[in-house]
Design a protein around this ligand. Structure first.
Ligand SMILES: Cc1cc2nc3c(=O)[nH]c(=O)nc-3n(C[C@H](O)[C@H](O)[C@H](O)COP(=O)(O)OP(=O)(O)OC[C@H]3O[C@@H](n4cnc5c(N)ncnc54)[C@H](O)[C@@H]3O)c2cc1C
Length: 392
């Protein structure tokens, strides 16, 4: 019997997580990545308990190998640098996992290593990774993607994990929404911060394992240590009109930089509402390609991990899928995931608005209720079952 072929477009966090989740007997998995994967850059990134639990319980991956730091809680400061609130995280044993902070490169390296591993703990054949392979277009119904050089690659399943500027998205939606800039992100060696900004460091110790937030009227800083305290990450959320860059620039959400370049680096987030679908034919979008979100809840990568778990769960044992069956599996995944992710997306956007902003709040949960909603997740199939029992 010929193997079930899975083509994953994009070798980022979502792509390699999907590769791990989808590995299995009689499966051939190819990851097509546009870059050479030799200069992974990035900011600090956190995995919330809902995602770090998936690594432990579903995939058996030890995240300490990616130099994970346990985040002990949130500290909220006013603009004079005085601590006004603390939200501890370590006491929440019911989440069954910790909130972990990584240098994005370390997390990405671990995911790639596990996808390529031929160790007997990983089911199925190791994944094939083709770098310098930029996908230019795709035919969802035929199950093909075409590379920039003209080569066509065929898959029974095609996973669009090609990030915020997804090429596959317009083939799924048959239209293309555009992203727009919303903030800046920077990562600074901790010792540089300490030598240049002693006053800042006297108020907010950059080596303590807490996520600190400084909240002003319409801007906020979200900051915390990573890589075992070697670096300090800062995300600045500002109103769109305060950004200077070309909104049509095709950049990733990260850029390697220096302290004095902080205001030149930027991140992009989409202004669109949740996409009406994530799948068509043999293609499904996951991660930022399906639902990019503001980092106020630190859930972007965690939702990509949840997507990957959903793919693994709903495709378990599937090694042949005519188009009709494929459509029904992909719709099941979409139904299991869409309302949850859309709510998290909406809350992340709402949390970025000034406290004094007028207008209705989309999400009415308290931050504590929302934290439970995020972190008490136990996989896509269990979540779908919970939704069915709530609607019965
Ligand atoms: C400042 C900031 C801080 C954040 N902090 C957090 C956090 O603390 N916690 C959290 O959970 N999330 C966080 N996020 C969000 C998180 O980083 C993303 O949600 C996550 O990385 C999504 O991964 P992805 O694989 O979907 O996309 P990406 O990481 O963008 O990967 C897409 C991959 O596809 C490749 N690609 C693109 N187009 C093509 C093509 N045509 N052909 C082939 N390959 C292609 C790219 O080269 C890339 O490797 C943050 C985001 C920002 C901007």
């Amino acid at each position: 019997m010929s193997p079930f072929r899975i083509v994953i477009v994009g070798g980022g966090i979502a792509g390699f997580a999907a590769a791990i989740a989808l590995r299995g007997p009689n499966r051939q998995i190819i990851v097509l990545e546009q870059s050479r994967l030799n200069k992974e850059i990035g900011a600090l990134i956190s995995l919330q308990p809902n995602a770090s639990r998936i690594f432990q319980s579903s995939w058996g991956v030890d995240l300490s190998r990616a130099r994970a730091m346990v985040d002990e809680g949130f500290r909220i400061y006013n603009t004079d640098g005085y601590l006004v609130n603390t939200v501890p995280l370590l006491s929440r044993t019911e989440y069954e996992a910790d909130r972990l902070v990584f240098h994005r490169r370390d997390l990405h390296d671990l995911l790639r290593h596990e996808a390529l591993s031929s160790s007997p703990i990983r089911a199925g054949e190791p994944v094939e990774v083709r770098t310098a392979s930029r996908v230019a277009s795709c035919d969802p119904v035929q199950g093909t993607v075409t590379l920039e050089g003209g080569e066509t690659v065929t898959g029974d399943l095609i996973v669009g994990a090609d990030g915020i500027h997804s090429v596959l998205r317009k083939h799924v939606l048959q239209e293309e929404p555009l992203a727009k800039p919303t903030g800046h992100s920077e990562m600074i060696p901790t010792e540089v911060l300490e030598s240049h900004e002693p006053e800042f460091c006297s108020k907010i110790n950059p080596r303590e394992p807490f996520t600190s937030m400084m909240v002003a009227h319409d801007c906020r800083l979200v900051m915390g240590p990573g890589r075992q305290r070697e670096v300090y990450g800062i995300v600045a959320l500002v109103p769109d009109e305060q950004l200077n860059e070309d909104p049509n620039a095709k950049q990733s959400w990260v850029s390697e930089g220096h302290l004095d370049k902080m205001l030149e680096a930027f991140a992009e987030y989409p202004p669109w509402d949740p996409l009406r679908t994530w799948h068509r034919g043999r293609v499904i979008l996951i991660g930022d390609a399906a639902h990019a979100m503001l980092p106020t809840q630190g859930q972007g990568a965690s939702q990509a991990i949840e997507d990957a778990e959903a793919l693994g769960a709903f495709f378990e044992g599937v090694d042949d899928a005519p188009l009709e069956l494929m459509d029904s599996i992909l719709e099941d995944i979409f139904q299991a995931r869409h309302s949850r992710v859309s709510l998290i997306q909406a809350y992340s956007r709402q949390a970025a608005k000034p406290a004094t902003a007028k207008g209705d709040k989309t999400v009415t949960m308290t931050p504590e209720e929302f934290m439970d909603f995020n972190c008490m997740y136990r996989g896509a199939k269990a979540w779908k079952g919970r939704m069915i029992s709530l609607s019965a």
